[in-house]
Design a binder for this molecule. Structure first.
Ligand SMILES: [Zn+2]
Length: 266
C-alpha cells in the first residue's frame, strides 16, 4: 500500500446533499476552492489543491507529492459514453452517497474520467463517512456505497450493537501495478476500481482494525463483511490470503475474461 498523491482537476460540483440536516452532520466542510472554468461546460467547477491521502493514517492529510511507480500507466478517457455520468450519479444517489464529481482524476501517469471523491453514505439510519475521501471510478464508488449501506452498517449494528460511523480506507486511485511489481499488470487501484479498507469506526469511539485483536463479536462482523463483499465485488482479499493483506481488506471490480462472473474471494 504505497502512499500516493491524487491530483484532481477540474471537478464539477456534484455534492448531493439531500438537505441541510445531512450537510450539518458532515463533520468537516469539503476543502475545495470553487472557480468558473472558461471554455468548460458552463457548470461551476471546483479545483482542489493537491491532496495526499496515504494509507493508513490517523492524522489529517498532508500536502506533499509522492512519486508513482514509473511502469504503471492507465487511461480510460473517452471510454465512457455520454449517458454514463448521468446514470452513475443516479446510482450513487440511490445508494445514499454524498460525493464530489471529478471530471478527470490523475495520479502519476494514470488518468480516469468520470471519477468521484466519495464522502459518505446516508442509510437513513446511519451516516457513514469516508474521511479519507477516496477518489474512485464512479461505478466502483456506487458499488462501494451500496455495500457500505446495505451490508456494513447493518452487520456492525447486528453483531456489535454499535453504529458504523466511518470506513477507514486508502486513497482510492493509486497509479501502480499489481502488488507493486514493475512487470505485473496494471492494478485495479490505478483504474479507481479498488479500495483498501483498514478498519471501521463505530459509535462509542470504538475502532475495529483489520488484523488486530478484536472482540469476538467484532471478529464475526469482519468475517460477515468479508463474505458478503464477494457478492458485490469480483476480488476480495484479506488476512490469510497473503502477507500483503494481513491488515486490510482489498476489494476490487476486476473484469476477468468476458464477464464479471469470475470472482476471487480469499
Ligand atoms: Zn489493494
Amino acid at each position: 500500500m504505497t502512499p500516493a498523491s491524487v491530483r484532481v482537476f477540474p471537478v464539477l460540483t456534484m455534492m448531493f446533499l439531500d438537505n441541510v440536516r445531512q450537510a450539518s452532520r458532515l463533520r468537516k466542510p469539503v476543502g475545495l476552492a470553487v472557480c468558473l472554468m472558461a471554455g468548460q461546460t458552463g457548470f461551476p467547477s471546483i479545483v482542489s489543491a493537491q491532496q495526499d491521502v496515504p494509507l493508513p493514517r490517523s492524522k489529517p492529510p498532508q500536502t506533499s507529492v509522492q512519486p508513482s511507480a514509473p511502469d504503471a500507466s492507465f487511461s480510460n478517457l473517452g471510454e465512457n459514453g455520454p449517458d454514463h455520468a448521468v446514470q452513475c450519479q443516479a446510482d450513487l444517489k440511490a445508494a445514499g452517497a454524498s460525493f464530489n464529481w471529478v471530471v478527470i482524476a490523475t495520479e502519476g501517469s494514470c488518468t480516469i474520467a468520470d471519477a468521484v471523491e466519495l464522502l459518505s453514505v446516508d442509510t437513513g439510519i446511519d451516516l457513514i463517512e469516508f474521511r479519507q475521501k477516496p477518489v474512485l471510478s464512479c461505478n466502483f464508488a456506487a458499488l462501494l456505497g451500496r455495500w457500505t449501506g446495505e451490508i456494513a452498517g447493518p452487520v456492525f449494528s447486528a453483531y456489535s450493537g454499535r453504529q458504523l460511523r466511518s470506513v477507514i480506507t486508502g486513497p482510492g486511485i493509486v497509479c501502480r501495478n499489481r502488488v507493486g511489481g514493475a512487470k505485473t499488470k496494471v492494478s485495479e487501484h490505478a483504474k479507481g476500481n479498488a479500495i483498501d479498507i483498514t478498519g471501521f469506526r463505530l459509535s462509542g469511539k470504538r475502532s475495529v482494525k483489520i488484523g488486530d485483536k478484536n472482540s469476538k463479536s467484532e471478529k464475526r462482523a469482519l468475517q460477515a463483511l468479508r463474505t458478503s463483499a464477494c457478492g458485490y465485488f469480483t476480488t476480495v482479499l484479506g488476512p490469510g490470503a497473503n502477507s500483503a493483506h494481513n491488515h486490510h481488506f482489498h476489494v476490487d471490480y476486476a473484469k476477468r475474461g468476458k464477464s464479471y462472473n469470475y470472482r476471487i474471494c480469499e
